[in-house]
Ligand binder design. Structure first.
Ligand code: UDP
Length: 369
């Protein structure tokens, strides 16, 4: 059998993490060759390189070096660069992950050259068309030949939209694969928790971990203020650790809010994956607007408050692990955060068995043969 070629297009932090599971299985398959394209969407060492190093990924073969600018500007420049790569590489399929501009640019570049697209984490919906992520996922799902869904709800969304069932493959969540593979490497000793223990007296099980990066919060001053004020107030009860996304840091600095926040909570740079997992595993509570961090909170059975108007992961709200707290008012948000401390949900298993990546690769090998 001749080996088939997959071009994988990734560019943002969660995509490096998700792709690490699938790339490892592709490399072991003996049936596929993978060429990785890094769009450049996230480029700082601590938003990009650290994940390749920690998760054992080969360096990308191509760098598009596209970042910054508006959505159309960024997506358009990526489209131009990815098309050049696809014309040179002539792959049998293109693989994209999640819901960023890199996802959409990869899918569009491929489909316009009639290269079939595989979408990992297909079918997720927030039903919020104001968010860039929802637009990216809807359009990517529309053109993808293989829709690899992480959970039952995602498949149901696709069916409701009229997607042919043969395109939908419920494989499980690759983030769960990664959590099982790498999460077990992390204990309470040393690492970031050790450093924060020495510097600030932070102890396992006795702090709140927060992340904020979504445009729907960073680009709306009233929402960002509500979040920042609620976290600062919560920090009077229990230490709050906030690894600050570069976009959020930029906005807070421009608005003159960084110094006050730094006095209230423990601000750190974005963490590598293993440090992040350590901080998640030992938190009393996680407060986040991240899609992936909500799930990881559940993987490590830590209660989570979602700082958004809605979540794609409704099953975690139903099971009692997650509470959606729209960031409109600091007092309400603080009440939601306090109410979630010390809670636990029901045992559920919505994200498969840690074999999602293996199923994805098996499917592609069979269909491309
Ligand atoms: N993450 C990390 N360091 C951080 C914050 C997040 O390694 O400082 C990881 C986190 O563990 C998860 C992923 O990044 O695996 C989530 O990415 P992000 O929140 O940027 O994007 P989203 O999931 O919202 O698309």
């Amino acid at each position: 059998m001749t080996r088939k070629k997959i071009v994988t297009v990734i560019g943002a932090r969660p995509q490096f993490i998700k792709a690490s599971a699938v790339s490892a299985i592709i490399a072991a398959s003996g049936a596929l060759d993978e060429v990785v394209v890094h769009t450049g969407q996230h480029f700082d060492a601590n938003m990009s390189d650290v994940f390749f190093a920690e998760l054992g990924m080969a360096a990308p073969a191509h760098h598009c070096d596209v970042h910054g600018g508006g959505h159309g500007d960024m997506t358009g420049r990526m489209l131009i660069e990815i098309e050049k790569v696809l014309l040179a590489e002539r792959p049998d399929a293109v693989m994209v992950y999640g819901d960023t501009n890199s996802t959409l640019a990869g899918a569009l570049a491929a489909i316009k050259l009639h290269v079939p697209v595989a979408h990992v984490e297909a079918g997720m919906r927030s039903f919020n068309m104001d968010s860039p992520e929802e637009i990216n996922r809807l359009l990517t799902d529309r053109v993808a030949q293989w829709l690899f869904t992480p959970n039952q709800a995602s498949g149901a969304h696709l069916l409701r939209e009229g997607t042919a069932p043969a395109r939908i493959h419920q494989v499980g969540d690759v983030m769960y694969d990664v959590a099982l593979l790498h999460g077990s490497r992390v204990g309470a000793q040393g690492g970031m928790l050790g450093q924060l223990g020495a510097a600030f007296g932070i102890e396992p099980g006795k702090y709140v971990l927060a992340t904020i990066h979504r445009a729907e919060n960073t680009d709306h001053p009233a929402r960002l203020t509500a979040i920042v004020d609620a976290l600062a107030a919560l920090a009077k009860d229990i230490p709050v650790v906030l690894p600050l996304h570069p976009r959020t840091r930029g906005v807070l600095a421009r608005e003159g809010k960084l110094a006050a926040l730094e006095r209230a909570v423990v601000l750190v740079e974005p963490l590598g994956y293993l440090d992040m997992v350590q901080m998640e595993k030992h938190a009393a509570l996680i407060a986040t607007d991240s899609g992936g961090v909500q799930k990881e909170a559940f993987f490590y059975r830590v209660p989570c408050v979602t700082l958004r108007d809605e979540t794609e992961w409704g099953e975690l709200v139903e099971a009692g692990w997650n509470r959606v707290a729209p960031p409109r008012d600091a007092t309400d948000l603080l009440a939601a955060l306090r109410a979630s401390l010390g809670t636990a949900g029901k045992e559920v298993a919505p994200y498969g068995d840690g074999e999602a990546a293996a199923r994805i690769v098996q499917r592609l090998v069979a269909d491309l043969a």
